[in-house]
Design a protein around this ligand. Structure first.
Ligand code: ADP
Ligand code: MG
Length: 482
């Protein structure tokens, strides 16, 4: 899909690079033993290290490093066996040490790539520049007291991954697809829960515009956008603003901006500080981080099957269309559900029921696959009744609705409601004869060449038999008589 902006002076292209902060799933913080779990009473998950007491020394959490390496492998990226921690110095009330420990010159993960798929089926590869590990800061609370601000250090020192993309993204749709894919990979890996509402994944959005074929122009960075929809809106309005600035003969200044979703605009926050303003230097409390290739290989062998691989396997193994396969691997739990339904059954039919009727029902009732009222086993049981011709496709819809409501098994419902398909040719022949007798005029028309009436007869016979007749046998019987 191409997405450009038509200005007064011609066509503009959008250029976007994303910096995503993803909170690492771990029991304890990056450099202390305090709990890393979300929430909790203020200042209950704080060790002396997190509070920046003098003389405290950071001790690196091995599991956080493993999580970063797993993520790097999932992004098909280079793992740097030696990386370093630096101090990024700045003063802020929620940062007791006066510096954030981060990785600046030597990140643990180098170049990688993320494959995205757009609505029209186009596949693109977005480059990953790097992934590094750093600490989160605490939280200032200004709404607790009219006169004072409070500080909650529960989040201070929690491990984050910053995942930086190349400026390869060209429009809001691609940005959305990239973030969804990244979140999917993180969730599959179990390295970040990807929950943007709780802030465990947030994006800084770098936007610039240029005329086709030009070098990149100055970018603006929109800080801390906390939903995919907002990222897409922010790109749209920021790109439009920049086009206007350039076309009015002005210059876009490199600056940090905020997105205001209520007014659908971005506002200047501060002019961009240069890297040296942070006076980065290697943290003297921490040795360079050295990991063994063997350990990396071990982590790689233990990785789960990733979404792209799973999608490709589903296409091969189950013979389903690529689109269906993509939908089914969106979440690990959906993929597992589907595989349980499909195993030993008509896999295409299973895909239709899961992506169609089941997803429809879950959407309607605001449920997720985890609390689906119909288990994979139960849906499989219904498909078995279709396969052995106990019920036809039409009755299956009725059985499915009943399963949703009552939680009963398909077999019980068929029994209770007497829905067993009629394959008895005697009964069907009788119904056919009856329908034709009652519609002598239509029979006349049909025989006079109005072929379309065949469907009408099928419908009438099915209706006469309360939908339970085997459609193939009805067709046969009608053809014979007509
Ligand atoms: P910094 O470290 O100052 O934030 P980087 O060079 O690391 O700057 O880039 C940060 C992000 O900005 C990256 O995601 C990168 O892809 C993106 N970016 C760089 N140049 C541009 C540009 N001209 N337009 C849009 N995005 C850009
Ligand atoms: Mg940056």
């Amino acid at each position: 899909m191409s997405y450009t902006i038509e200005g007064k002076t011609g066509t503009w292209e959008i250029v976007v690079g994303l910096e995503v902060h993803a909170q690492i799933i771990s029991h304890s913080k990056l450099f202390s033993g305090a709990s890393a779990s979300y929430g909790g009473e203020p200042n209950t998950h704080v060790s002396l290290v997190d509070a920046g007491f003098p003389g405290m020394l950071p001790v690196l959490n091995r599991e956080c490093v493993a999580q970063a390496v797993r993520t790097g492998l999932g992004l098909r990226a280079r793992i740097n066996l030696e990386s370093r921690f630096d101090r990024k110095n700045y003063f802020y009330a929620d940062l007791p040490t006066g510096y954030q420990i981060s990785q600046f010159t030597h990140p643990i993960v180098g170049e990688g790539t993320v494959e995205i798929e757009l609505a029209d089926g186009t596949v693109r590869h977005i480059g990953i520049t790097r992934l590094h590990i750093e600490q989160d800061a605490g939280k200032s609370m200004h709404d607790q007291d009219p006169a004072r601000s409070f500080i909650d250090l529960n989040r201070a020192g929690v491990a984050l991954m910053e995942i930086v993309s190349e400026p390869d993204i060209r429009n809001p749709e691609e940005a959305g697809a990239y973030l969804r894919k990244l979140r999917q990979i993180l969730r599959y890996l179990g390295t970040c829960d990807g929950n943007m509402e709780e802030g465990s994944m947030r994006a800084d959005v770098n936007v610039s515009v240029r005329k086709a074929g030009e070098p990149f122009r100055t970018r603006c960075e929109i800080k801390n956008v906390n939903s995919i929809r907002y990222v897409m809106h922010a790109i749209e309005v920021e790109a439009a603003r920049q086009v206007e600035v350039w076309e009015d003969g002005g210059e876009v200044d490199q600056e940090t901006r905020l997105f205001d979703p209520a007014r659908n605009e971005t506002r200047s926050l501060r002019s961009k500080e240069d890297a040296h303003d942070y006076r980065y230097f290697p943290d003297p409390d921490l040795l360079p981080l050295v990991v063994e290739q063997e350990w990396v290989d071990e982590l790689e062998r233990a990785l789960p099957e990733l979404p792209d691989d799973k999608r490709d396997r589903f296409i091969r193994q189950y013979g389903i269309p690529r689109y269906d396969a993509s939908v089914l691997v969106a979440e690990q739990a959906i993929a597992d559900y589907y595989e349980e339904v499909a195993k030993g059954r008509d896999a295409r039919l299973a895909a239709n029921w899961v992506t169609g009727d089941l997803f429809g029902a879950l959407n309607r009732t605001g449920r997720t696959i985890q609390d689906s009222p119909i288990s994979a086993q139960a849906l499989g049981g219904m498909l078995d009744l279709m396969a052995d011709k106990t019920i036809n496709g039409k009755i299956a819809k009725e059985v499915f609705e009943d399963m949703l409501e009552t939680g009963d098994s398909a077999a019980d419902i068929v029994e209770r409601k007497g829905l067993k398909q009629v394959t008895d040719t005697g009964a069907i022949d009788a119904a056919v004869a009856d329908v034709l007798a009652r519609n002598a005029d239509k029979v006349e028309e049909y025989r006079g060449g109005k072929d379309r009436l065949f469907g009408f007869f099928v419908g009438q016979v099915m209706k006469a038999m309360a939908g339970k007749a085997n459609p193939a046998i009805v067709n046969e019987a009608l053809k014979k008589v007509l």
